[in-house]
Design a protein around this ligand. Structure first.
Ligand code: ZN
Length: 161
């Protein structure tokens, strides 16, 4: 198990567009394992490679309470979005903060898994939100630009929830 340092908002690596993964190298497998460890340790539901300083199109997500259903997405591409949800969103790169963001309620994504085989992942609610949030990271976008109203401290945000 290896934890990587999570880059925080203001670090310019978070504003850069990530490059595609062309083939699965041992260092990417190691990166994916470390990203999962880092996400679980930080109790997040998703983490994108640029958040640990790597500008490649790799994302890990796990929205289950048991934290036992990791999803690994390489070169994810959103195929379909529909519906709408408005709710609180946070990011491991902006600890202690949250904001209200409106996203599609359903998302369907095409990606490659760790073995570079094509997979389709679709989901509603939190999974759809996480998919959109993480794909945004690969484009150098933070959720902050989508927040309605003010960014809140998580303690304040808990009160309005
Ligand atoms: Zn994030």
């Amino acid at each position: 198990m290896a934890l990587r340092t999570i880059r925080t908002y203001g670090d310019e690596i978070l504003e850069k567009k990530c490059r595609e993964v062309k083939d699965m190298k041992p260092r990417y497998r190691e990166l994916i394992d470390d990203m999962l460890d880092t996400m679980y340790e930080a109790q997040g539901v998703g983490l994108a490679a640029p958040q640990v300083g790597v500008l490649r199109r790799i994302v890990v997500i796990d929205v289950t309470e048991e934290a036992n259903s990791p999803i690994v997405l390489i070169n994810p591409e959103i195929l379909e979005l529909s519906g709408e949800q408005t709710g609180q969103e946070g990011c491991l790169s902006l600890p202690g903060k949250a904001g209200i963001v409106t996203r599609a309620n359903y998302a369907k994504v095409k990606a490659l898994n760790e073995d570079m085989q094509e997979i389709i992942v679709e989901g509603e609610g939190l999974l759809a939100r996480a998919l959109q949030h993480e794909v945004d990271h690969l484009e150098g976008e933070m959720y902050v630009s989508k927040v309605e109203g003010d960014l809140l401290d998580t303690t304040q945000a808990a009160e309005i929830d």
